[in-house]
Design a protein around this ligand. Structure first.
Ligand SMILES: NC(=O)c1ccc[n+]([C@@H]2O[C@H](COP(=O)([O-])OP(=O)(O)OC[C@H]3O[C@@H](n4cnc5c(N)ncnc54)[C@H](O)[C@@H]3O)[C@@H](O)[C@H]2O)c1
Ligand SMILES: [Fe+2]
Length: 359
């Protein structure tokens, strides 16, 4: 069976395009004054940029904290905050939920828009196609490039028992606003780690057994853009990285990620390591599987003066190690993409343990 997948329906791209957000919302809602919920990374709370957010008095502006990657309990509490606000506002559901931030904030906005129309806890929907009702219209404004969260059909959440996305056609954003100017203020190391998420998406997609011409077309372009940005940067690097993130996301949408992401999920679940840096730490140890990609990654580290933390797993006890392995092994499609149908005979618990010990 071929997957018939949904895409983000509206995209605006260009430096300064964020100023059109208000018009986009107005037009979408037939020029009627409606209320909106803005979900914004609190790193911007006291910034110059915060004044450009077109929230009106009647709208709800939720400053979110992404020190930890999104958890289902956090989604539930933010959704409740929107519901409490709704009881004071006539008219029921907000017209839109707008997420402004990196992958974590975009995922929170996706999850809130879903949980406003679906009963229970976000944890009930971690998995594939469990969502029953369409989400509130939702918009992403990325302020970091690399995760591909702006184009993916998932919101990655850590729940009480697993780290797994809410994967559904309803999860996809209805509109994305890609304004490279918004990435300019990010610290260089953060921009690098998030950008490397995209680079790893490309390597894992392009070397995987699930590869097809669709994924290859997007993956190769994204890979070229990453090379330009991280090996030969120029004044339009933020524009290029934003498109790399989009194309990298499109590439894995029709293929899959691989070993690095599977191991990174375990690392992140047990040690709370963030996705971008986690991928870098893992990828650094995967020369056996992705030799050319890892060599080029080392060149990018050098060129960008980034030094990876070491000895991360040194103090991990055996229970934590086994949990990391359990989490990594739940991600069967990732292993199958990387190693083929016989992956379980190749990637044993011992082998995974020895890889984690390198980190
Ligand atoms: N849904 C998906 O398809 C998907 C794919 C990959 C990763 N993810 C998720 O994305 C998250 C990682 O996202 P990320 O790497 O974009 O980072 P992030 O959103 O976790 O943010 C990282 C840090 O950068 C800060 N930041 C964001 N934009 C900034 C800016 N312009 N200037 C200064 N600081 C800024 C944040 O406040 C935070 O401290 C993880 O939670 C991961 O699970 C989702
Ligand atoms: Fe990723």
């Amino acid at each position: 069976m071929f997957r018939n997948f949904k895409l983000v329906s509206n995209v605006i791209f260009g430096r300064g395009s964020f100023t059109q957000l208000e018009d986009i919302l107005l037009k979408k809602h037939n020029n009627m004054p409606r209320t909106h919920v803005y979900v914004v990374d609190n790193v911007f709370q006291h910034s110059e940029f915060s004044r450009r957010i077109p929230a009106k008095k009647k709208d709800l502006l939720l400053w979110v904290n992404v020190d930890d990657e999104p958890k289902t309990v956090y989604v539930d509490s933010l959704t409740q905050a929107v519901k409490d606000w709704m009881t004071k506002e006539p008219g029921g559901l907000p017209a839109s939920v707008i997420g402004i931030g990196g992958g974590s904030t975009m995922d929170l906005a996706k999850a809130i828009s879903l949980m406003l129309t679906n009963p229970g806890s976000a944890a009930d929907y971690q998995g594939w196609d469990l969502i029953q009702n369409p989400a509130v219209y939702h918009v992403a404004v990325p302020t970091l490039s690399g995760t591909g969260a702006e184009v993916s059909r998932t919101t990655v959440l850590t729940g009480p028992v697993k780290k797994l996305g809410i994967n559904s056609d309803y999860t996809l954003f209805d509109q994305i606003v890609l304004d490279p100017d918004l990435v300019a203020g990010a610290p260089a190391w953060q921009r690098f780690y998030t950008g490397m998420d995209c680079y790893v998406h490309c390597v894992e997609s392009l070397t995987g057994t699930y590869l097809n011409a669709f994924s290859q077309a997007y993956g190769e372009k994204a890979m070229d853009l990453c090379r330009e940005v991280f090996l030969n940067p120029g004044p339009d690097s933020d524009d290029k990285l934003m498109m790399a993130s989009y194309f990298g996301g499109m590439s894995i949408a029709y293929s899959q990620v691989g070993i690095c992401h599977a191991l990174c999920y375990g690392l992140s679940y047990v040690l709370g390591v963030h996705h971008g840096i986690g991928n870098c730490i893992v990828f650094n140890c995967l020369e056996e599987y992705y030799s050319q990609g890892v060599r080029e990654f080392h060149e990018m580290l050098r060129k960008n003066n980034v030094e990876l933390p070491r000895g991360l797993v040194a103090d991990v006890d055996s229970a934590q190690m086994e949990k990391m392995i359990d989490i990594a092994l739940t991600l069967a499609p990732l292993w199958e993409n990387a190693l083929g149908p016989d992956w379980q005979n190749i990637m044993t618990r011992d082998k995974i343990r020895s890889l984690y010990r390198l980190m």
